[in-house]
Design a protein around this ligand. Structure first.
Ligand SMILES: [Zn+2]
Length: 106
């Protein structure tokens, strides 16, 4: 069913936000890495999550990062320098789509 895989990534995001390790909802085995980016004043920003094994991943826009979670300063974030791999982005369900496309990994 469309969107199920994307929603499963919400759990991985929750794990990362707690500072816990997250497992890939796509392949079930891979470790999930992330690149959180936010405004230091509001702690609001976006995150890219991906699996180190199968490279499935998502781009989550507009999320708040709790205290204790380190993130890249949004004003200094340069996607090209983030060292992101060639992520296979999972399409969000229609209800979660935003006008903002995933960042280019070029
Ligand atoms: Zn995976």
């Amino acid at each position: 069913m469309l969107g199920v895989a994307y929603l499963d990534w919400d759990e991985a995001l929750s794990d990362k936000r707690r500072g816990d390790p997250a497992k890939c909802p796509e392949c079930g085995t891979g470790r999930v890495e992330w690149w959180p980016v936010a405004d230091p004043r509001t702690r609001v920003g976006f995150a890219v999550l991906w699996c180190v094994e199968c490279l499935a991943g998502i781009h989550i826009s507009r999320t708040v990062f709790p205290e204790g979670i380190a993130f890249t300063n949004a004003h200094e974030a340069k996607v090209a320098e983030a060292g992101l791999p060639a992520i296979r982005f999972v399409d969000p369900p229609p209800s979660r789509r935003t006008s903002r496309p995933p960042p280019s990994t070029q």
